[in-house]
Design a protein around this ligand. Structure first.
Ligand SMILES: [Ca+2]
Ligand SMILES: [Ca+2]
Ligand SMILES: [Ca+2]
Length: 229
């Protein structure tokens, strides 16, 4: 490779990669029974917040648009993530022990939006676990400026049981280097229950400039080898 072709490659990379670096990446639906099921590579170094709701309060860095926290005062089918009762056994319970808290909106089809209201920069990885509902599930996200980052839809895994079964539970998440203000999850048919709302920072995406430098460097090395040969 000549110096010239290395420079052409580097220029092409600079032109092509900014859109790649700015593209949101959606995750899910992925089976999830404990925090060990957070997808590999979702966070650079684990979540900043993993809100299991087991302390009976929604963390102050999150605001919910709809719904209520189902905790000790609600003795019924609270559909929490399986591991929150200390045992991976296909359910969360018994539910009179101060465990298995979840977030529930049964009022309509609007689902729930969780907005980051903390003081630092917006997270670049944001997700939750759908634990109960029905129909087609839509997960969407908004960027730091409030604009849509897109959405994913999924169906076919709801088990139709409202007895806190956990085999159907699914992780949905999004990564976006530009920052994520909020995530929204809805069913198209009635109530919804979620848990393990979580956010943090994704691994940094290499800057386009550094890709260009790497490519130019590789080109110069190839040229030097050819001259030495
Ligand atoms: Ca369990
Ligand atoms: Ca929980
Ligand atoms: Ca469930």
């Amino acid at each position: 490779m000549s110096v010239r072709s290395a420079l052409v490659l580097a220029t092409a990379a600079t032109l092509a990669l900014p859109s790649l670096a700015a593209t949101p990446t959606f995750f899910g639906p992925l089976a999830y029974t404990s925090s060990a099921d957070i997808p590999a590579g979702f966070y650079a170094a684990g979540p900043t917040l993993l809100e299991t709701l087991e302390d009976g309060a929604l963390d102050s860095r999150l605001a919910a648009s709809h719904g209520v926290l189902l905790s000790d005062g609600f003795i019924g089918a609270r559909d929490s993530v399986d591991a929150d009762d200390g045992s991976l056994d296909g359910t969360c319970g018994p539910q009179t022990t101060g465990r298995c808290a979840s977030w529930f909106n049964g009022a309509g089809n609007e689902g729930v939006t969780f907005t980051y209201v903390g003081s630092g920069p917006a997270p670049t990885a944001f997700g939750l676990v759908w634990t109960d509902g029905a129909g087609t599930i839509t997960f969407s996200a908004a960027g730091a400026d409030g604009s849509s980052l897109g959405s994913i839809t999924a169906s076919g895994f709801a088990d139709g049981s409202f007895s806190a079964t956990t085999g159907e539970d699914r992780f949905f998440g999004v990564q976006f280097a530009g920052g994520i203000r909020s995530i929204t999850i809805t069913n198209n048919s009635g109530g919804i229950e979620v848990d393990h709302i979580q956010f943090g920072q994704m691994a940094p995406v290499p800057e386009p400039g550094s890709w260009a430098l790497m490519l130019a460097g590789a080109g110069l090395l190839a040229l030097r080898r050819r001259r030495q040969a």
